[in-house]
Write a protein that binds this ligand. Structure first.
Ligand code: GAR
Length: 197
């Protein structure tokens, strides 16, 4: 069994898709892989309520009044204490620094709602829509020191329908993320387990 941790800031729909997918993969009574920890950087983020409902332990990571290095050293310690094998960012809206990225590089992934390298950063769907983009999608990638950059693992895409609203497009992109990201994360957890953690 390999152990996943998720870092998130917001609503947590991708977190929930990941947890539910892992729970559905069972060896008899036991989940095959497990999400052992949610870390959120906004104290009242909705994702923390989801973690409670799903029975996943969660920790609030307060950045206020502390340097990024200090916060990330604490985060690194937390993840190691929980014997985490893979860290998935799911709407974690902060840049991670060179110390943390260097320590977790091959075991740190992200989901982004565009076909990278197009539209990195926040509000990607909204900005793409406003510019008249026709093709939408999502990308899963390893994380490096840049903004939504790093080696691509997989992406999926679709063409905007004529007259489709921003809200409809956002719903379709999110539904696509909820299929793509759990698939990618499961494959990585399988590979980690096969390699002997
Ligand atoms: C998702 O669309 C995710 O791809 C995006 O934030 C949203 C979080 O939604 N991430 C980024 O834009 C990263 N640059 P969720 O909290 O419901 O999973």
């Amino acid at each position: 069994m390999a152990r996943l941790a998720v870092l998130a800031s917001g609503a947590g729909s991708n977190f929930q898709a990941l947890v539910e997918t892992l729970k559905a993969q069972r060896d008899g009574d036991m989940p095959h892989h497990q999400c052992v920890l949610l870390v959120h950087d906004r104290k009242d983020a909705l994702v923390a309520d989801r973690a409670r409902r799903l029975g996943v332990p969660s920790v609030w990571l307060g950045y206020q009044g502390r340097s990024r290095d200090e916060v990330e050293a604490g985060l690194d310690g937390l993840l190691r204490a929980a014997s985490v094998d893979l860290v998935a960012l799911a709407g974690f809206m902060r840049m991670l620094g060179p110390f943390f990225v260097g320590a977790w590089r091959a075991r740190l992934v992200n989901i982004h709602p565009s076909i990278l390298p197009a539209w990195p950063g926040s509000h990607a769907i909204e900005r793409a829509f406003a510019s008249g983009e026709e093709i939408f999608g999502a990308s899963a990638h390893f994380v490096d020191e840049g903004m939504d950059s790093g080696p691509l693992i997989a992406h999926d895409e679709f063409r905007k329908k004529s007259g489709e609203s921003l809200e409809e497009l956002e719903a379709r992109v999110h539904a696509l993320e909820h299929r793509l990201y759990p698939r990618v994360v499961l494959d990585l957890l399988d590979a980690i387990e096969t390699a002997g953690r």
